[in-house]
Design a protein around this ligand. Structure first.
Ligand SMILES: Nc1ncnc2c1ncn2[C@@H]1O[C@H](COP(=O)(O)OP(=O)(O)OP(=O)(O)O)[C@@H](O)[C@H]1O
Ligand SMILES: [Mg+2]
Length: 271
């Protein structure tokens, strides 16, 4: 088992007086006989970017799905802005300013780009019939994509006509376009080319500079994560096995921890 380093200095603190954006305490999630999360504790400071790394099946997406109200934890406690909270649904989480871009993207492929960007929060015209204001949604969607440097031929195109990377960019733009205070990104760089990945990284860093937003990003690339995140957390087999400020760790150290874990598993005959 890799050494667990969760000293106080590697956790987000509420020294600034502002409450932590999020905190999880001993979160457990079981799916029947499968224990996806086996007592995960974490903190997310105000304005902080937390990068989560880990193997396939480590429980990263499950954790994010609990934080976004999609799943409910089997045990453990979650705090949002310092208050204990059981997130009942995605809408409940959204009402608290928690937005997510899922790994298995939740875009409606047959609908247009602008429809997708306003899905479940459509702009309606004033008046008795609540008619959708397509013109305004088109205009705002185009403006938002332009602001963040995402180029598409037209916001009228159905999403199914876009590449995987472009779809991902639309999903991120949609989350950013909301009033999110906490943004959860599950592998936002998956399926991205170098240019699109750089665009998303740049976007996240600009959002951080603007302030007021705390971000959790699940990533696969160690070097990219250390570049973007203030702090990183490594998950292995449903547990947090390492947590550190990005400036105080390195790719070799992370690789070493993962390698040691594999060796221990092999020695125990668990893999
Ligand atoms: N809805 C579900 N029903 C049953 N088992 C599930 C469900 N969702 C996840 N699991 C299981 O929980 C474990 C953790 O899965 P999870 O998707 O959280 O991993 P992950 O760290 O996001 O992996 P990846 O890097 O491949 O995305 C896996 O063993 C997975 O099979
Ligand atoms: Mg996942």
């Amino acid at each position: 088992m890799a050494e667990l380093r969760t000293d106080a200095t590697a956790s987000a603190s509420a020294d600034s007086g502002a409450p932590l954006a999020m905190r999880g305490e001993q979160l457990v999630k079981r799916f029947g006989a499968v224990t996806a999360l086996d007592g995960v504790s974490f903190t997310l400071g105000p304005g902080e970017i937390l990068g989560i790394l880990g193997d396939n099946g480590a429980g990263k997406s499950t954790l994010v799905k609990i934080l976004t109200g999609f799943h409910q934890q089997t045990a453990g406690t979650l705090y949002v802005n310092g208050q204990e909270m059981l997130l009942r649904s995605v809408d409940h989480a959204r009402s608290l300013g928690i937005e997510c871009v899922y790994q298995d993207l939740a875009l409606a492929n047959s609908l247009s780009i602008y429809h997708n960007m306003f899905l479940n929060r459509e702009i309606v015209r004033r008046g008795p019939f609540r008619l959708l204001d397509h013109g305004k949604m088109r205009e705002r969607a185009a403006q938002c994509l332009d602001d963040i440097g995402v180029h598409v031929p037209s916001v009228d195109l159905p999403v199914e006509r876009l590449s995987g990377g472009q779809r991902q960019a639309i999903a991120v733009a949609r989350a950013v376009n909301s009033d999110a205070r906490i943004l959860l990104l599950d592998e936002p760089l998956a399926a991205m080319g170098a240019r699109e990945a750089a665009l998303i990284i740049d976007l996240v860093l600009r959002l951080k500079e603007k302030g007021g937003l705390s971000i959790i990003m699940i990533m696969h690339n160690y070097a990219q994560t250390l570049d973007i995140a203030d702090r990183i957390m490594l998950m292995q087999r449903g547990r947090v096995t390492f947590e550190q400020h990005s400036a105080q760790t390195s790719v070799p150290e992370l690789m070493d921890i993962v390698r040691r874990e594999y060796r221990a598993m092999r020695a125990n005959g668990t893999n």
